[in-house]
Ligand binder design. Sequence first.
Ligand code: AMP
Length: 591
Amino acid sequence: MTKFTDITLPEPIQRAAKKLGYESPTAIQESCIPWILDNDQDLIALANTGTGKTAAFGFPLLSEIDVELSETQSIILCPTRELCLQITKDIQAYAFYMTRIRTLAVYGGAPIYKQKEALRTGAHIVVGTPGRVADMIRQKALNLENVTYLVLDEADEMLNMGFHDELTEIMESIPQEKQTLLFSATMPKEVENLANKFMKEPHRISEGSENKGAENIQHFYYRVQARDKYLALKRIVDMNPSIYGIIFCRTRKETQEIADKLQHDGYNADALHGDLSQGQRELVMSKFHSKFVPLLVATDVAARGLDVDDLTHIINFQVPTDPIMYIHRCGRTGRAGKSGISITITHSKEGSALKAVEKLLGAPIVWQKVPGGREICEKQLFHFIDTVERIEVNEAEMESFLTNVFKKLSWMTREELIKRFVSVEFNRFLNYYKDIPDLDNMAESQQRKDKSSFSFSTFRLNIGDNLGLTKRELMRYINGLRVTRGIEIGRINIFSDYCLIDLDARYEAELKKAITKNPYKGQSIKPSVSQAKSAPAGSYSKDYGKKRRAPHNPPWQGKKKGKTEHYKDKSRPGAKSDRSSGFKRKSKEKA
Ligand code: AMP
């Protein structure tokens, strides 16, 4: 693996990278930094948000600044005020040991005179939004005659937001001799047109493939009735007690409604949309940044400038109308090498829109069953137990109280004590989730259709009758690998010293790896895959007609009798304040 020290960067930048904890360059940095340092040619780099692209252009740009000149030598254009401030902060951090370099942010929505004043004192690097930068040029407050680097960051977003004219105006006022670096997550024809008009034979670098969601993101979808979407959302959140994510909605009105409902139902959620004042937006964003509010319900436009690295989930309350939007949204999780989950809650009429997203993504979006009550209770309980295990005990402060507590509880056995303290948390979850219907029921026929559109691979495993292997045990073993929830299993044949099992071909590589790593009854398994075939529509029901009874699809989630139509969900049980879980204490509430 390349280290920053293998790249010829000035020593102060190397030191700053180390201070920031950057050990080795990310893929986009590894491709871009040496190339920009060695070439004068224009560059188009395809990179998603969160891939480290700020340093990919920031490091080379800082290496070229001549501090003896006071003029602006680099200009970085980006779509939003928030991103502008973030890039400025990042560049200033990279220039931490280059104290004479001045970097300035120039953006709309703030008084222009202060920014003009700051520009008058000189800035080597200007980071700006197109509207305000164009304004500054018109008012002769910003002179770009000495610019040698022009960076267009998130070019697709800038054009999406209607900045075409401003970009043209700015680019026409910068000398021809500059080097233009265009960074974009996608390459729609508007960006190509801009590049054709203003860039000279640009070199192209692509980090991963164009228009793809990052590889470390898992994509799932749920299918429910349109009117059950909110209930499904709550269950998904409940199933992920440590969720830190954004729920994307289409309109401001819907965004506010969902956030209000979540708050009413006891979740730590807030709304971010264009109807909020700048002050309200900043407050919401700071609460979200600090994880005080771990669930943000937002419109695409409002969430654009939000820069958060460690989101665990992105939830699409509908399939986005434009598939590119999905790529932008999911790019907000799985950043800086971390893993992330992108979830879409769909109803039956969104099937083709989802297919369009899948096509652009170039990867399957995998169907998941909406979690049932028992599954959620189990998850919440173990989350609670984990919290108990991790809690710091303040012995000194508690000692005087504990003596009496120990005395009072001394009549109970250890087991009795555990049972009771677990019940304190668990009873209310059990009551809350008792008898809730299966939200997937309505969409079952569609699920069957979805299932028929993939193929099986036949795995040959060197375990069989001789180890007492049964079909049930084999299914339990496969589900225990936890490659994905509810892995599709087809035909099984068990022989004396081996078995054949059809498994979802989409997970072939992951399954092979997991099987190799997980022995069965002490015997290590060497899987071989002999063939792949389409999954016939009826093959599940024929062989294993009942729902697969495995840890991920336990029997208690079977169809409930009777009540399958829309129902009023109960409010969630009051939970102790727990920022990470997304819940806050609420007494009995109504849905
Ligand atoms: P960016 O795409 O520039 O917004 O970067 C996304 C996140 O990755 C930011 O938090 C950066 O600080 C972080 N980052 C960038 N480069 C590296 C690196 N080489 N090693 C570790 N983290 C990085």
